[in-house]
Design a protein around this ligand. Structure first.
Ligand code: AMP
Length: 198
């Protein structure tokens, strides 16, 4: 099963992707995590991405598309994966469609976590305060506002893009974490299949 979790920063994509990974053996592919690892390791990609990420902008498409193209070729992705934070704009979505079509496959579903922006700001500020070893470089108020703006301008159009393709499934991302997980399992028809997808 190949899924996308779609929603603004702080909507809970990472938490829900981890749960799906644990319950169903799908691999969580977070471009944000991969980029942060690249920054930490000081790779070429990391050097290009660091300042862009710190101010809350999007890293160039060719970098993230390249990262995902390589990653989904790995053997652990055979059973399926959850894209968390990718695609972030229509060009990336088109690149993904092409990539999958080239492999004779396609997305099973795009799950949209529907949230309220104001409550979201509070959540992300809470996360900044809690993060061990200091907040993420992009969890300050300015970068955060930028990330939300970038989401609305560049990523939100993906809702219409995937709706048109008949793969969009909406869940109420403002409910508690367990309820959101239940809703995701519901829209994907997973409930009874714990551990059986891999
Ligand atoms: P995230 O952890 O998904 O919130 O991503 C953190 C930051 O990494 C974003 O604000 C972007 O700067 C960068 N990033 C992550 N995924 C992508 C993507 N698919 N396209 C462009 N930039 C990305």
């Amino acid at each position: 099963m190949k899924l996308i979790l779609l929603g603004p920063p702080g909507a809970g994509k990472g938490t829900q992707a981890q749960r799906l990974q644990e319950s169903y053996g799908l691999v969580q592919l977070s471009t944000g995590d991969m980029l942060r690892a690249a920054v930490k390791a000081g790779t070429e990609v990391g050097k290009k991405a660091e300042a862009i990420m710190a101010r809350g902008d999007l890293v160039p498409d060719e970098i993230v598309v390249g990262i995902i193209a390589d990653r989904i070729e790995q053997p652990d992705c055979k059973a399926g994966y959850i894209l968390d934070g990718f695609p972030r704009n229509v060009a990336q979505a088109e690149a993904l469609d092409k990539m999958l079509a080239g492999k004779g496959t396609k997305l099973d579903a795009v799950v949209q976590l529907e949230v309220n922006d104001e409550i979201l700001l509070g959540r992300i500020e809470g996360r900044a305060a809690q993060t061990e070893g200091g907040p993420r470089a992009d969890d300050n108020a300015e970068a955060l506002a930028k990330r939300l703006r970038v989401y609305h301008e560049q990523t939100a159009p993906l809702v219409a893009y995937y709706k048109q393709r008949g793969v969009l499934r909406g869940v109420d991302g403002m409910r508690d974490i367990d309820e959101v997980t239940r809703q995701i399992e519901g829209v994907l028809g997973l409930g009874e299949k714990k551990g059986k997808l891999a």
